[in-house]
Design a protein around this ligand. Sequence first.
Ligand SMILES: [Mg+2]
Length: 166
Amino acid sequence: MSFKKLIPDFVFSDVCRIDPGFFADNGIRYLISDVDNTLATYSESVPSADVAAWLSAVTATGVTVALISNNGRERVNEFNKGLGYSVRFRAGKPFTKGLKSLMKELGAAPEDTCVLGDQLFTDVLCAHRAGVRCVLVDSIDVSGRPFLRFKKRLEAVIMRRHGRSV
Ligand SMILES: [Mg+2]
């Protein structure tokens, strides 16, 4: 596997630091976002006020937002209750079946689409396998999850060796 597929196209510290116009300015019409540790911690069942405001600011620029998660139906539907986006739960990232079926439902072409996520080995790899750009944000909270912390350290090594500085 090429390491290039693991390197995100854009990197930000957290979603609220991304200018809501960033996606439209980069020719992105469909933003497909991961949920856990990208938009919310595992313990937050709904988006924070800041994240909800950011999401509606993004949609106000004409970008269609959708959610893709490897987590289950209950988690994703509860999170989406006040949002009403198209979703895929148990998406099986980094495999692309869930992402591709969601893009098909949206009518989204790869060049118009961007994935937003916090993990190289699931979100970024899934996006790039489907020919879609990816924005990486820092995981919101990895405390109490030693395997996730280990993965984040491994990701940091890959990013340092193969990433570009952003
Ligand atoms: Mg995540």
